[in-house]
Design a protein. Sequence first.
Length: 309
Amino acid sequence: MTIAATDEAVHVRAPGKINLFMRVGALQADGYHDVATAYQAVSLYEDVRAWPDDEFSVSFGGSIDTSGLPVDSSNLAIKAAKLLARTAGVPGGVHLEIDKHVPIAGGMGGGSADAAATLVACDALWGTALSKEELHALAAKLGADVPFALTGGTAVGTGRGDRLSPALATGQFHWVLALAEFGLSTPGVYRELDRRREERPESAPRGISPVVDVAVLQALRAGDARRLADALHNDLQAAALDVAPGLGGILELGESNGALAGIVSGSGPTVAFLADSTDAALELQVALSAARLNAVRVHGPVHGARIMH
């Protein structure tokens, strides 16, 4: 069912994300939690190039250390390519070259961005011409953050984070990311959250499905960074700070150097600081860099995975 397969490499770029808001429901029988999150795609990208090949393989480059990443079939990008090939009945394989800039195990969905970019790249490479809905369904099978990396922008995610509804955001928001030298295990941070809730049952959610606060959506719609700063929230933050206590000092440093607010993104350890303007973001980046932190300025929202010509 291939229409117009190509011999050239297909280049797709997909964004990392920040969780502006994250509410985590009770632990479910399947071992997962219901969440309600507000995602924003930001201008820190993964670049995936896909070449026709007989086998499935992946290699890495980019600005971060990728030496610890698996290149076998456990890699999420390889899983994405194989899933698409199986679904569409494509006989061949693909060689993927991924330039990584989103931190690994950093709470920014870098692996999910790779998977989303791979779906778009292989769809174009093999001419499988899947609809948006079909690609979205494949993305949801790969992981909770993969559908958002496909769509980008700003969105509310419910369920495991994979049921998306777009959220209107006006203008641009300026962020400074403090990227850690280490990763945090998402399941490990969730386990810590569950442990904290067992110790303090009064802090545990009461059976109702979590929702995103209206204040977050209103601030996004108004394009108002100060209002958004007041509404930022992450149920996983205290657990991430328990697992990696040094993050507390980073949050304090950013907030004492002009950030409107700081938040641990997702399960961490990336800390995202919201700034009032480009100039304020630049000053904050300089201050964090002076403290020997790896600080990167980004803006959002940006589009999801798309082919670069």
